[in-house]
Every structure is written in C-alpha cells, then in structure tokens.
Design a binder for this molecule. Structure first.
Ligand SMILES: *Cc1c(COP(=O)(O)O)cnc(C)c1O
Length: 482
C-alpha cells in the first residue's frame, strides 16, 4: 500500500528555498475576528522536493486510465484523448485569458467559442447552442429548465410531469426531479426499445416532454423514433435528447433530424477530453429555434467581423455557470473536431460501432447477451451463464482487474439483470479487442472449472473486496493518523 504524504513527513524538510526575509515581522492586518484566527500552524506534511515528486509520481502510476490500457466502461466513452488537444488548450492565448478582459482583446477565443457553437449545431442538427454547462447532468438540467421556460412562456402551466424510459441513465429522472417535474416512467418492450403503447397511454396535456437517449443505454437504436416524436409533439410536449454518448451516431445521424427539440452532448466522452476523475467536463446544450431565446446568457455572436458575447436575451433562463463554461475543455473538443472534420467524425463513429459489434460477436458464446443483434457503440451482456456456479457480474468485474483491465460498467442499465455493459470505443485496435475478449473468455472458463478463483477476486490488487455498504454508509474521508 502507498503511504500518505503525511506519513512520509520528515520534520524540517521542505521543497522550496527562498531568500531569508529580513524586514522584521510585518504587522498582519485582518478584519477577521481574533476568535476565528488560527492559533497554531497548520499540520502540513514536510517533505523535500524529491520526496514530493516521488510521492506524486508513484500515485500517478497507480491510477488506471485510458492511457494505461483498454477501458470498456459502458456509457462513459473512455476513448483515447489525443495529446494535441492538450497543446491547444495550454496555448497562452487560451490558458492565460482573464474572463473580465475586454472582448476586443480576446477575439480569437471568442471566434473559437462561436465556431464551436456552430459546429455542435451542425453535428446534432440543432439551431443554437450554449457552451456553459459544466457536465452532462448540468446540461440536462439546463435543457429541462429551457423546456420548462418554453411551456411557461406559452402560459401552459399544466405540464408538471416528465416522461423518462426505464432504461434511462440515472441522471435523467434525477434532473427532471431537480427541475421540479414529477417523473413518469415509460416501459421498455421485449426488444429493449420504448414501448409505444405505454408512451401513448402516458402522454397527456400534463406532460412537458420525454427525455430519451438514442441509441439507448442498451446500445440499441430506437427504431420508432419518428413515431415517438410524433406522439410527444402531437400531445404538446417536447423531446429531449441525452447525447452524452454521441459516438454511436456522430456524423451519420442527427438528433435534430429525428425530431428532438433539445440536446446535450458531453465534450468529455464523445469529443475526447479526459474524464473520470471528477472533471472538468463540459455539457453544451443545443435547441431548435423556437427554444433559442431561452438559452443561458451569454451566447457568442458575430457582427460583421467582430465576435462578442450577447447578454441581451430577455427570455433567457439566466446563467448556469460562472463566466462562459469550462473553456479549456471547449478548446480541446474544438481541436478534436477540427482535426477529424466531418468525414473523420463519421469514421470514428463507424469504428466505434464496428468495435462494439465485433466484441459482441466474440463474447456471445461465453456470455449471455439479451439483445443479441446489431448494436451501436456499446452492448450489454450478463452473467446468466455463470449463475449456476454462483458467479455474479460483480465477481467477473473484480476478476478482470487481475487480468489488468478496468472493469466494464456493471448493474446498469437497471432493466437488465446482472448487466455487464461494454463500450470498447473506436480507438482500440482489433488486436486489443482480441486481448480483452480472451480475458473475458478465460474468466468464463474459470467460472465453470474453478469458480472460487473468480468469486474471491481480485487476487493481484492492493485492495481486495471491500465492504461496500459500510464504505457508503460510514465513509472515512480524512486521514486520522497511522
Ligand atoms: C455520462 C452520462 C450522463 C451524465 O454525464 P456527466 O458528465 O457525468 O454528468 C448522462 N447521460 C448518459 C447517457 C451518460 O452516459
């Protein structure tokens, strides 16, 4: 186990050398009342520069990321993030901007911002975009606030309910709830798609709209999308598109053409910003023109050859993020989109779909795949074949750690019992997919021949099985001494 830096404390050492201050003690003036001032020095670790470098270098080698190996985490699109994106985001003209500096001194950044709005609109088939939201769930909240503002502006105050399919990402019902809607769950049919009868039965003049992911969380394309859109629109509702994972259709199909009115996309995920460590992310929101006036302020606009932020938007829902969103992430996504171009985005999508279908074919013998037909960027398997031996999905995920892989998403979507959700992404070569499939097949064999080795996994990791209930109920979040 790694030691904490506090445990590496060597009293008297430090990682800086500054000239001695010989001006005596300057009077410390503060308006903070004395009783709130610190009485003793903070107990910070004392380490030399080399000790600090060793500590953090060691930690960095213990994290598993997409730069270490295949990362099949379904619904998360852990694709490789080209390093050139980082170069772009770190350019002084991007990284050293001050949000309060005059707009005429940051025309280049504003141009990038403006073009990004337009590129995302083209990719998704929407009319206007806001780049403010800081993540997918934040984009959902922004989009659903816009839907609410739209209905209220039309004096349609009866629409207090939001429809969400039972296969939805957990953020969808959570978002609808946070914005103040009552959630109505729509059932999936036997083929894993929205049950049209259930949708028809639940659509009413009290429903603000439907939040949908397409391809859905089973990786399946909602084939009835035009009929779904018609049912919602004829009932006076709006259609929200959760585009967190656009990998499955990017460059091939557009939510705007399917009838969606509002979308969000995750720039981290589809547009290749590193994620998984808690951010920063970016979840831009796009809308069709009848909703454009409700977008957050400001949006980037162009007048002649000049770019500026437009704040004059009286119907706007307001601001959802300080300043303009996570600009560095926007720069990375811009670099990615510009490097690939339209044809490249389409190719990335096609490879993502090909890779998912390749793995699905390879694994269909070893694992049960409930919807074993053409999928988009991901597919869902289960541990049903392993159940008789007492091996669960969690056991398989833990055993994959021994084989050197980050486990896939498990127990989601909720409608599939013991789900194992695999999304290889387009940036894996066929050889690497074969390696991963071989590991999955080896685990399936172990489950038949020697299930205990799977049930007791992981064997090679520092941390074995943890008591997840206690970890969740009584988390220890600070160092309490050794
Ligand atoms: C990841 C994801 C989200 C949430 O995105 P965050 O950036 O994590 O908030 C929403 N919907 C789907 C389908 C997702 O995969």
């Amino acid at each position: 186990m790694s030691k904490l830096i506090f445990e590496k404390n060597i009293p008297g050492s430090n990682a800086f050398s500054l000239p001695v201050f010989d001006g005596g003690h300057p009077a410390v003036e503060t308006s903070i009342p004395a009783q709130f001032l610190r009485q003793a020095q903070p107990q910070l670790p004392e380490v030399s520069e080399v000790e600090a470098v060793r500590h953090f270098t060691e930690l960095s080698t213990r994290a598993y990321g997409v730069d270490s190996g295949l990362y099949p985490l379904g619904s998360c699109t852990m694709k490789y993030n080209p390093k050139i994106n980082e170069w772009g985001a770190r350019l002084p003209g991007m990284a050293c901007l001050h949000p309060y500096q005059p707009q005429d001194t940051m025309q280049g950044a504003l141009q990038l911002y403006y073009e990004m709005q337009a590129m995302l609109a083209e990719i998704t088939g929407m009319d206007s975009f806001s780049l403010q939201p800081a993540a997918g769930a934040h984009g959902e909240m922004t989009g659903v606030l816009i839907m609410k503002a739209y209905h209220q502006h039309r004096q349609d105050h009866k629409r207090t309910r939001m429809m969400v399919p039972d296969s939805a990402h957990g953020t969808n019902p959570a978002t609808a709830n946070v914005v103040g809607f009552d959630v109505i769950e729509i059932k999936s049919g036997a083929r894993g798609l929205v049950d049209l009868e259930d949708l028809r039965a639940k659509m009413s003049d009290e429903v603000a709209g439907l939040m949908l992911t397409n391809p859905n969380t089973l990786g399946l394309f909602e084939e009835d999308i035009e009929e779904i859109a018609a049912i919602v629109h004829e009932g006076g509702g709006l259609l929200y598109y959760d585009g967190a994972n656009l990998n499955g259709i990017m460059g091939v199909a557009r939510p705007g053409d399917m009838g969606f009115d509002v979308v969000h996309v995750n720039l981290h995920k589809t547009f290749s910003t590193p994620h998984g460590g808690g951010g920063p992310g970016s979840g831009p929101v796009g809308v069709k023109s009848p909703l454009a006036d409700f977008l957050p302020v400001p949006v980037a606009a162009k007048q002649g050859d000049t770019y500026r932020f437009d704040y004059d938007r009286p119907l706007s829902i307001g601001k959802v993020k300080n300043f303009y969103g996570n600009f560095g992430v926007i720069v990375k996504a811009y670099a990615y989109i510009k490097a690939l171009g339209g044809a490249g985005l389409k190719e990335a999508c096609q490879h993502a779909v090909l890779n998912a279908n390749y793995l699905r074919h390879r694994l269909r013998g070893a694992y049960h795949i409930p919807q074993d037909r053409l999928c988009k960027h991901e597919f869902v398997a289960t541990s049903r074949n392993q159940t008789p031996q007492g091996v669960t999905t969690l056991d398989i995920a833990k055993r994959l750690i021994d084989y050197g892989y980050h486990p896939p998403t498990v127990y989601f979507p909720l409608i599939v019992h013991e789900a194992i959700m695999i999304e290889p992404t387009e940036t894996e070569a066929r050889q690497r997919l074969d390696d991963f499939a071989a590991a999955m097949e080896a685990i399936a064999r172990e489950a038949q021949e020697n299930p205990e080795v799977v049930i007791q996994a992981p064997h090679n990791a520092d941390i074995k099985r943890v008591d997840e209930v206690t970890a969740a109920r009584k988390p220890v979040l600070k160092w309490e001494g050794s």
